[in-house]
Design a protein around this ligand. Structure first.
Ligand code: NDP
Length: 329
């Protein structure tokens, strides 16, 4: 079997990291051959071409073919997976409305091209920010493609939260389970430790001994640190997170295809779960079963958690209303 994976912004930093991990089989597995389609804007074509030369030199045995294009219809032709990484970054002095409009000009046509030329089972993962709303725009333009096939990445936020908790408790990250992200991939996101376990024990029991007032630690340390980790990386590293963003994208798609053993996080379309307005693409605790994301149901967020979730969802509503006013959804 050969799976076609289209990566937009393939000439950029995250694209560069993603290409090699995908070609190595980390995303789809060691038995799955891959056909890569690199989609770029004209200014990004040379960088994508250079990455393709390096992919050739890496002699990945699973990599059957590489095609580079700046034409979305060609780029998504027969695509089984679309990793939408290329987006318009917020420039100096750019208002949110301008940013949403600029990204509407990218993700609307890409959604239409996906509907026109992708494989019937296309699965879309949006990484480019504002990821949730970009996914909403693409889904709205993709007539005939179920909205359930459009997702946005919040796995990086979850991975960051697990990593930070592991460090705080002095345990390996593999010990930590059930730490979902709710809402928007933004500073309002809510990493929720209510049901988190460490080697099967409730984390809430362990944290008090470690940090004292758990609620204060969550509000003043943990949640802000997770939500602003991207800025911390930029400060320390001198440029934005790349390998970790690509790695989380690999985790997201791998789990979507191969299934999860426990909860994880993904921004998926709401059918009204937990009061999230229908149609919004919001992060939830999810499982992947038989190739589909299923929102974990029946949880009962306490009043504090619900306020956090509601605040992030309100931001998504505001973004949706802004793109609606622009005629993008
Ligand atoms: P990156 O590869 O570093 O980032 C790409 C996108 O991923 C940005 O929107 C960025 O958001 C987002 N992102 C999401 N999570 C993270 C994270 N944790 N850390 C960093 N970024 C994150 O950007 P480059 O500028 O290197 O590359 C972008 C490429 O996309 C360029 O080659 C450009 O030509 C291309 N492009 C392609 C388009 C297309 O195919 N139609 C359209 C537009 C651009 P944020 O900006 O918030 O950091």
């Amino acid at each position: 079997m050969t799976t076609t994976v289209t990566i937009t912004g393939a000439g950029g930093q995250i694209g560069y990291a993603l290409l090699f991990r995908t070609a190595a089989g980390d995303m789809l597995g060691p038995d799955e051959h891959v056909r890569l389609r690199l989609l770029e804007i004209p200014q990004g074509m040379a960088a994508a071409e250079g990455a393709a030369l390096e992919l050739q030199d890496a002699a990945f045995e699973l990599l059957d073919d590489i095609e580079i294009t700046d034409d979305a219809t060609v780029g998504f032709d027969g695509a089984d997976h679309a990793l939408l990484v290329g987006a318009r970054p917020r420039g100096p002095g750019m208002e949110r409305g301008d940013l949403l409009a600029a990204n509407g000009g990218i993700f609307g046509p890409q959604g239409a091209a996906i509907a026109a030329s992708a494989a019937p089972g296309i699965r879309v993962t949006v990484v480019g920010n504002p990821a949730n709303t970009n996914a909403l725009i693409a889904a709205a333009a993709a007539e005939g493609v179920p909205t359930e096939r459009f997702t946005a990445l919040t796995r990086l936020d979850e991975n960051r939260a697990r990593g930070l908790l592991a460090q705080t408790l002095g345990v390996p990250v593999r010990s930590i389970h059930r730490l979902p992200i709710w809402g928007n991939h933004s500073a309002t996101q809510f990493p929720d430790i209510t049901h988190t376990t460490v080697d099967g024990r409730p984390v809430l029991d362990l944290l008090a001994a470690q940090v004292g007032d758990v609620r204060a630690w969550l509000e003043e340390t943990f949640i802000p640190r997770v939500a602003t980790r991207g800025a911390e990386i930029i400060r320390v590293r001198g440029s934005s997170s790349v390998a970790s963003a690509a790695s989380a994208t690999i985790d997201h798609v791998r789990d979507w295809v191969h299934g999860t053993v426990d909860w994880t996080s993904a921004a998926v379309v709401s059918h009204g779960e937990y009061g999230v307005p229908e149609g919004l693409i919001s992060s939830f605790p999810v499982r992947a079963i038989d190739g589909e994301w299923r929102i974990v149901e029946g949880l009962k967020p306490d009043a504090w958690a619900q306020t956090r979730i509601d605040a992030s969802v309100a931001e998504l509503v505001a973004e949706r209303d802004a793109v609606r006013a622009l005629g993008l959804v």
